[in-house]
Design a protein around this ligand. Structure first.
Ligand code: ADP
Ligand code: MG
Length: 277
């Protein structure tokens, strides 16, 4: 069980009144799962993400990664936790430090003290995993947003994480870039890496094993995509929108078209409509 939250609260210390960003969260992220975290702006998603790898320690309650508390003061423990749970953030440009992609990928393993010969192998692995092998000696500046995020993912992969947390890493990308990043996340999940995908695109949640909805710092819904999407009114109450194809399917069912009540992709919906004639 890589990540476990037990009655976790997180309060940001501010000058006037404190902001409780995460409230009473108890959850486990199972090994090898693909979990989507959705929620409106300010619902506590990023705070939850930072609690997962010890960037923040809970104000109360306990977060453990492979049984170790993230509240540790031990530098080496914290280092181990951050290596296990890698994070990719929203803005690809803020995550690049090196002027050559290879150096960008080498940075993490170098900091972990990985031997030089192995660093080369890790660069090969990480770039190939995100489909960016031919860009090894390029500069990151000229890449598209989707490519930059794939490099950001590769930089985390080079540290051989067990869990990859993507905090709205598709939010600033065009549809093509978003699709590239999601495809990489799915591939990595197939290879056994646990994925926590934080997004406000409910479309992306259709691919997950599990969807967690946050609102006001609490987990308000937790289930399979089918279980969550079926609760349409509740989703709307939390200011989330159903995936377009699913919303259309719901409306058609409402109008009496005999479709199955399940989640549809655009192409599945088209087929189902044609079949129903
Ligand atoms: P989300 O990622 O879902 O938008 P966040 O975790 O960023 O939500 O924020 C949750 C709450 O915590 C919001 O009310 C936000 O304003 C507040 N918050 C986030 N970061 C800070 C901070 N550094 N200092 C004070 N309050 C913060
Ligand atoms: Mg956020």
């Amino acid at each position: 069980m890589p990540i476990k939250f037990e009655n976790v609260n997180y309060e940001y210390p501010t000058e006037d009144k404190s902001v409780v960003a995460v409230k009473g969260v108890t959850l486990e992220i199972e090994d090898g799962s693909f979990v989507c975290v959705c929620g409106e702006n300010g619902s506590g998603k990023s705070t939850l993400a930072k609690l997962m790898n010890g960037l923040l320690a809970p104000t109360s309650g306990v977060v453990t990664v492979d049984g170790r508390s993230t509240a540790t003061e031990e530098e080496t423990e914290l280092f181990a936790i951050r290596q296990k749970v890698g994070m990719v953030f929203q803005n690809p440009d803020n995550q690049m430090i090196a002027s050559i992609i290879e150096d960008e990928i080498a940075f993490g393993p170098e900091n972990l003290g990985v031997p030089r010969e192995e660093i080369g192998e890790r660069i090969d692995y990480a770039l190939s995993a995100v489909g960016m092998t031919e860009y090894r000696y390029n500069t990151p500046y000229k890449l598209s947003g989707g490519q930059k995020q794939r490099i950001a993912i590769a930089a985390v992969l080079a540290m051989k994480p067990e869990v990859l947390v993507l905090d709205e890493s598709t939010a600033m990308l065009d549809p093509k870039g978003r699709a590239e990043v999601i495809k990489v996340a799915e591939e990595l999940n197939k290879q056994g890496i646990t994925i926590v995908l934080i997004t406000h695109f409910m479309e992306e949640a259709t691919r997950a094993d599990r969807v967690i909805v946050m609102n006001g710092g609490s987990v308000v819904m937790d289930g399979t995509p089918a279980e969550i999407f079926r609760k349409r009114e509740e989703i709307e109450r939390y200011d989330l929108e159903l995936p377009v194809a699913d919303a259309i399917a719901a409306a058609l069912i409402g109008e009496g078209l005999p479709l199955e009540d399940r989640i549809y992709s655009a192409s599945e919906l088209a087929e189902a409509i044609c079949r129903s004639k």
